[in-house]
Design a protein around this ligand. Structure first.
Ligand SMILES: [Zn+2]
Length: 290
């Protein structure tokens, strides 16, 4: 079982493992070029079976599992190994998971099951205990930045995306293509960039009013920005007083955002919440974030 957050590479790793298991070259590492590899890459290898969410479905049901088990009970179409990928196993219903217990516990000699899951807690303990668990961690910033550079993103775009992606290349790629996100980002930066003293408060307040429908996305963005703007490892390099000030502002910003979320949950108007947030930002002299 490969487990980890959204977009961290579980499906990609499952595909690489499948290549290694089905490649014809007889080595542990796949060649990527033989007929078997090419068919895995194109998704047409008969010994690679897949079960996961169908479009618009919210879970994988027991009937789908029964169909898969019926297929498995037959001889494979080709000689050699057979790989069964069970994707998003945490979204299989409990009866569906249960129905797979025996197959996963005692696979035949040629069959390898690869499961992926985002939320291990939604997987039956009896299944978990029968798997070799490999957790995929969030990517470190520098690795994610070079990955994005390799995908053709400019250095600036990569720097914008990394702190907002939670270490997930999949999230970074999704955000990169999300026009709403870039619009929100530039509107938020523009609104808050000018906030250096109270003279700009009414104008900024008006601009934030426009975010009513996207308030939670705005707070997410500000939080990611606040987290990214503070570098705990800078303590060794900088003046202790400067570091103390930066650390205090960082904490105050996160607390202001936390308060804003609480106010939203308790039905304070968005305008009231936004104005309070702006006052807190000014009071703690946090416009330096922008
Ligand atoms: Zn091959």
């Amino acid at each position: 079982m490969l487990s980890g957050p959204f977009g961290v590479g579980k499906r990609t790793l499952a595909k690489l493992l499948t290549l290694c298991l089905l490649c014809d070259n007889g080595e542990d590492v796949s060649c990527g070029q033989c007929k078997a590899c090419r068919r895995v890459i194109s998704g047409s290898h008969p010994n690679r079976l897949w079960l996961g969410l169908m479009p618009n479905a919210k879970s994988v049901k027991i009937d789908q599992v029964r169909d898969m088990l019926a297929q498995l009970s037959q001889y494979p179409l080709e000689s050699g190994r057979r790989v069964v990928i069970l994707e998003d196993f945490d979204l299989f219903t409990m009866p569906a998971q249960n129905a797979l217990l025996k197959a996963i516990e005692e696979p035949d000699e040629i069959t390898v099951f690869i499961l992926t899951a985002t939320n291990e807690k939604a997987v039956l303990p009896t299944i978990l205990s029968r798997c070799r668990l490999q957790r995929l961690p969030a990517w470190p910033d520098d690795l994610l930045e070079s990955f994005l550079a390799g995908q053709g993103f400019s250095a600036q775009t990569a720097r914008d995306l990394v702190p907002l992606s939670g270490g997930s290349p999949g999230t970074a790629l999704r955000l990169s293509g999300d026009e709403d996100f870039w619009t929100l980002k530039s509107r938020a930066d523009e609104a808050l960039l000018g906030l250096v003293d109270t003279s700009r408060l009414p104008e900024t307040s008006d601009q934030l009013k426009e975010f009513r429908q996207e308030a939670s996305q705005l707070l997410d963005y500000l939080e990611a920005k606040a987290i990214a703007s503070f570098d705990p490892s800078a303590s060794a390099k900088s003046d202790p007083q400067d570091f103390y000030d930066a650390s205090r502002k960082h904490r105050a910003m996160l607390e202001s955002l936390f308060l804003a979320r609480r106010q939203r949950a308790s039905n304070v108007t968005w305008q009231g919440t936004a104005d309070q947030l702006l006052l807190n930002i000014l009071e703690e002299n946090q416009p330096c974030l922008w």
